[in-house]
Design a binder for this molecule. Structure first.
Ligand code: GLY
Length: 429
């Protein structure tokens, strides 16, 4: 098949890698220097109509959309309108991620377990409510903020500052601009469902680490590292399937918004059962970089089957074993990431891959070009071995001032195990 992947970060590098492993001809726009080793990069306008035209011109069999902003901009609708299968929700269905106030109201309508909340479309009312909230409390921008629109406020002053920030940026969408919700305790887990709107296949559960500093401290980021699989108890998995994934798909159908693509359920395993922290409308980033290296079956075929409305969940197969992703972020991230720092990548061994998240080429030199720069990934038979390999590989990357967390996996007691170096496989880009 000819596959067009839209996006240019670590998640899209992992999607391209999965499609290339299955022998497909892969194109990517806008791509990045790492993706260029596996796919034909096509640069050009990134609006929905131009991308759909590109897919037509290139005779693409299926489009896979990575980032949420393209979904919200209607890329899937534009492709569908031109007869090109595109894997991802429509603009209307992507509201499940794009408008957090709508999403919370949807969960309430359909009995999907989530934290108690209130949504506000004006600052004064939000501040009045926040002043009386039990602490800590969670303040969310209702619109898209690349994973950085959430503040866990431990004082009323922090809650106030977060609300001022949201309303001054005016980045909320469709009515309410801020959501204030109860803080939930427990382990966080990400469950991804590939779905045709009715049938679905779950990927192995994973766990992201969202704050910049170790011990889950500091500002929120897009995600600093992932372990996969997360050891999810069978009872929790059963509740997640019946009360969260299936109710969501049924609810979206009932509201005339059938949902195709990847449904990302960000969950908290609370003492009273799993609850939704947030829904996203696409693969997680960096969850994709952990989950997709374990996929043995054909992602592009699953995407096409889902778009055609006949996904076969049994055909979605993952290998046994585990994976770990360590993010190398630029100095200054998340507030002011430093761009233009030269990077030298080491060779990778079997089961190791360095996905490019925010890189560029300046002449022949690879440089940092974003906040999260590299997603250093390893797979192995056990999680501890995968962590050992991923940290050893991350330590061989030459990237001055890079930030990384040394405690990925620590929340579940996983720890990097010293493992013999993997045999040589390739030179990284
Ligand atoms: N890793 C969090 C996200 O993809 O939104």
């Amino acid at each position: 098949m000819r596959v067009l992947v839209i996006g240019g970060g670590g998640r899209e590098h992992a999607i391209v890698d999965a499609c290339a492993r299955s022998g497909h001809e892969v194109m990517c726009t806008p791509g990045n220097p790492g993706i260029a080793a596996l796919a034909r990069i096509i640069s050009g306008p990134q609006d929905a109509d131009s991308l759909a035209e590109l897919a037509v011109q290139q005779g693409v069999d299926v489009v896979i959309v990575g980032p949420e902003a393209y979904l919200a901009a209607g890329v899937v609708d534009a492709c569908t309108g031109r007869g090109v299968p595109a894997f991802g929700p429509t603009h209307a269905a992507s509201r499940l991620e794009g408008d957090k106030a709508w999403s919370k109201a949807f969960m309430t309508r359909h009995g999907i377990p989530t934290a108690q909340h209130r949504a506000f479309d004006n600052l004064a009312e939000a501040l009045t409510h926040a002043a009386t909230c039990a602490l800590p409390t969670v303040i969310k921008d209702a619109g898209l903020r690349a994973g950085k629109g959430v503040t866990i406020a431990h004082t009323h002053a922090e809650a106030e500052a977060a609300l001022h920030d949201i309303f001054s940026q005016n980045s909320g969408q469709a009515g309410a601009s801020a959501v204030i919700e109860d803080f939930m305790t427990g382990q966080e887990v990400t469950v991804l469902a590939l779905t045709d709107g009715v049938r679905y296949a779950l990927t192995p559960p994973s766990q992201d680490h969202k704050t910049i500093f170790e011990g889950d401290t500091g500002p929120m980021t897009g995600g600093m590292g992932v372990i996969c699989p997360f050891p999810l108890p069978a009872e929790a998995l059963a509740v997640i399937q019946s009360d969260i994934i299936e109710r969501t798909l049924a609810g979206m159908r009932a509201e005339g918004l059938p949902y195709t693509g990847v449904l990302y359920a960000g969950l908290m395993l609370t003492p009273s059962g799993p609850k939704v922290v947030e829904f996203n409308a696409r693969f997680g980033d960096p969850e994709a970089e952990a989950v997709l290296p374990l996929l043995e079956s054909d992602l592009a075929q699953h995407a096409l089957d889902a778009v055609r409305g006949h996904l076969n969940p049994d055909s979605v197969q993952f290998r046994a074993g585990a994976s770990a992703v360590i993010i190398l972020a630029a100095p200054g991230y998340p507030a002011e990431p430093q761009k233009g720092i030269p990077i030298r990548l080491p060779p990778t061994g079997a089961g190791e891959i360095i996905y490019h998240a925010g890189t560029a080429l300046q002449a022949e030199t690879l440089i940092s070009n974003g906040g999260r720069v590299l997603a250093v990934t390893a797979t192995a038979d056990t999680l501890n071995a995968a962590l050992g390999r991923a940290y050893a590989l991350a330590d061989r990357v030459d990237f001055a001032g890079a930030q990384l967390r040394r405690d990925i996996g620590a929340r579940i007691g996983a720890r990097a195990e010293t493992v013999p170096a993997a045999g040589p496989e390739s030179d990284s880009v």
